[in-house]
Design a protein around this ligand. Structure first.
Ligand code: NAD
Length: 253
């Protein structure tokens, strides 16, 4: 038996490889979950689902813009139609608008909040309806170290991730009576396409940041997937409203 055997899971933002959603989707499927991989990049999402199926797992992919309420309703309805229920939602899709305050436009700010924060509100709202019907579930929201501490050029990104952190705690308090758990995950410097983009494709930036960390290395997507797997499984049955820092000790000092 896998650690999440037969659980029905939605992972948003699963197209990017290397990416946290892609890695989480593969890990969850390997441990027995039926996975719905969604992304605004439909081709990439299908590539991830195909990889899971080729490895013997169960997965479908759906085109999904997480900022759109109608798209969320459709994704949840298709999940339940296909697999009969919804047990876990991994709100992973995100973008990083990293600009100094002077260069940050109102459009930049609103876009950042829509993709990283409004999306989490919409996902949790509609997932909770289905989870309640089957007696509970697990909401796993990707925040960041930028949701815990201030970082230069992270005015909009940090606001979105700080919002995810406290929204998760409020949801945990409100939904506990329905058996629905909600936790946030706070990655540090993890090597993905987003991280590569922040360093203009080069790993030097990430390596330099990681060199000063207690564990002294850049994280790999599986480091975050391991945390997501725990929160998706019944091993974390008594865990809600918690924040999981997976950052090589970056925010410990
Ligand atoms: P990534 O850029 O590699 O992947 C993000 C995915 O989200 C992409 O596949 C992209 O197509 C998708 N996406 C973007 N906008 C979307 C939309 N509107 N609707 C649906 N999908 C959309 O990023 P990643 O590094 O894998 O990050 C995943 C999550 O983890 C993000 O929320 C990110 O903020 C967070 N995070 C990452 C790091 C890191 O170091 N990589 C650190 C802290 C937090």
């Amino acid at each position: 038996m896998g650690r999440v055997q037969e659980k029905v899971v939605i992972v948003t933002g699963g197209a990017s490889n290397p990416g946290l959603g892609h890695s989480a989707a593969l890990s969850l499927a390997r441990e027995g979950a039926k996975v719905v991989v969604t992304d605004i990049d439909a081709v990439g999402a299908e590539r991830c689902a195909e990889e899971i199926r080729k490895a013997g797992g169960e997965a479908i992919s759906l085109a999904h813009d997480v900022t759109k309420e109608a798209a969320w309703k459709e994704v949840i309805a298709t999940t339940v139609r296909t697999f009969g229920r919804l047990d876990v939602l991994v709100n992973n899709a995100g973008i990083a608008v990293l600009k100094p305050l002077d260069e940050l436009s109102l459009d930049d700010f609103n876009r950042q909040i829509a993709v990283n924060l409004t999306s989490v509100f919409l996902g949790c709202k509609y997932a909770a309806v289905e989870m309640r019907k089957s007696g509970g579930g697990s909401l796993i929201n990707l925040s960041s170290v930028a949701g815990l501490v201030g970082i230069s050029t992270c005015v909009a990104y940090g606001a979105s991730k700080g919002g995810v952190r406290l929204m998760s705690k409020s949801l945990a308090v409100e939904l506990g009576k329905d058996g629905i758990r909600c936790n946030s995950v706070h990655p540090g410097v993890i090597w993905t396409n987003m991280q590569a983009g922040a360093g203009n494709g080069s790993r030097t930036n990430a390596d330099t940041m990681a060199a000063g960390l207690p564990l002294g290395r850049v994280g790999e997507p599986r480091d975050i997937a391991n945390c997501i797997l725990y929160l998706a499984s019944d091993e974390s049955d008594y865990v809600t409203g918690a924040e999981f820092t997976v950052d090589a000790g970056m925010t410990a000092a």
